[in-house]
Design a protein around this ligand. Structure first.
Ligand code: GLA
Length: 385
């Protein structure tokens, strides 16, 4: 995989890159649409990767291309702005803009060739992987000391301020802090985190990509963020809270009385109950109670479907056929609106499960899903060439 990025770099610039950088993508085990409400999430980095072959330039321009995309750009470091014609490259470009906005001097340009096997726009955070990877590239190439948390925050700033998606920090943290075989219990009110061993016993963690393409900046994602903020404004006058995540499930009956708009109340119920599910999931996992873990994962999907309304017919169909075909748990992962889901399937039944899901989903939607085993892996890395 890295070899393809290196080869493309060599054939484009007639020399070797200096370094090759790698970022994984992520799944979220539980705690969905809680991060921008300062709540809890439990993501993990998984081994689908974006690589980047990188070398310095003699001028102050950034050249960006990808083996996966036809568009490439050459942009002056002193003149970076978000332009529609720059398409996907607005993501990596934003990181350079944000660094300069923070006062960092970037004395030379870079050539960057990306190559990815992360399914694009699939809910596995290919965009956060690209942002984190670029932030990591910049920190190493310009010798700007940034911790993994700072890399995640820089990438996040670029996504929200430069690219306009009002997302939370979960994806960037999952990728920057990824650790082999560990899930990351992330408290988005403080950005504090704890690594957790999550033992799925005889069950494999399976990823199912719906392959229904979507663009989050055009999806109702920002609308959900707004609905949560609107509900918070109503509730603030009655509870001593700063965020929806300061509420507990016991507060929900009072919230229902106060919020006249039924839709807004459902959004609150999802956020509050999902935070509780994360806590319960961690306890169930520590007790080795796989049945309780499975129940919570399924309840999370139901809440995202019925209260938060972000699943959509493709992910709901995958949920249904997975549970009918041997999965003990299945839930959408990431933002929803298409994208991906995760399932717990008996390890020795994986091949059979994969076939059944593929056949059922393809005959229903005429779209090929991608079904693979999740391998929880380390975060960002690089090697010298
Ligand atoms: C997307 C966002 C995350 C998070 C999830 C939903 O992946 O980038 O910040 O909000 O959706 O949990």
């Amino acid at each position: 995989m890295t070899s393809q990025a290196i080869y493309e770099y060599q054939t484009t610039f007639y020399k070797n890159p200096e370094k090759v950088f790698t970022a994984p993508c992520r799944v979220n085990i539980i705690g969905e649409h809680t991060d921008y409400n300062a709540g809890l999430a439990l993501p993990a980095a998984i081994s689908k990767f974006i690589h980047a072959a990188v070398g310095k330039r003699d001028d102050r321009k950034i050249y960006i291309k990808s083996l996966n995309k036809s568009l490439s750009v050459l942009v002056d470091l002193d003149n970076i702005s978000n332009k529609p014609e720059q398409g996907w490259t607005n993501y990596p470009l934003g990181v350079f803009a944000m660094l300069q906005r923070r006062g960092h001097k970037l004395p030379f340009g870079l050539n960057i060739v990306f190559h990815s096997n992360v399914p694009i726009a699939s809910g596995l955070s290919s965009s956060a992987a690209l942002l984190n990877l670029t932030a990591y590239i910049a920190s190493i190439m310009y010798d700007i000391p940034l911790s993994n948390t700072e890399i995640a925050l820089l990438a996040h700033e670029s996504e929200t301020d430069f690219n306009g998606l009002q997302c939370g920090i979960m994806d960037e943290f999952a990728i920057a802090l990824g650790k082999k075989d560990k899930c990351i219990l992330l408290d988005c009110s403080t950005n504090e985190f704890e690594y957790k061993n999550v033992d799925f016993k005889d069950y494999a963690l399976v990823v199912i990509v719906s392959n229904l393409k979507r663009n989050l900046t055009c999806s109702p994602y920002n609308q959900r963020v707004k609905e949560c903020n609107d509900a918070l404004e109503i509730l603030k006058g009655h509870f001593n809270i700063k965020t929806l995540s300061d509420l507990s499930v016991n507060d929900l009956p009072k919230c229902e009385e106060l919020i006249k708009d039924k839709t807004l109340f459902k959004r609150v119920r999802h956020v509050v109950s999902e935070n509780q599910r994360v806590k319960d999931f961690v306890v169930a996992s520590e007790q080795g109670n796989i049945e309780a873990m499975a129940k919570l994962l399924n309840a999370s999907h139901e809440s995202l479907r019925d209260d938060y309304e972000v699943t959509g017919e493709h992910l709901d169909y995958i949920h249904e056929i997975s549970l009918k075909n041997g999965a003990i748990a299945e839930r959408m992962t990431g933002a929803g609106f298409g994208g991906s889901s995760i399932a717990l399937v008996k390890k020795d039944d994986f091949a059979n499960f994969k076939n059944k899901i593929f056949t059922a989903y393809y005959s229903h939607f005429k779209i090929r899903p991608l079904v693979f085993l999740a391998d929880i892996c380390d975060g960002l890395s690089y090697e010298n060439i």
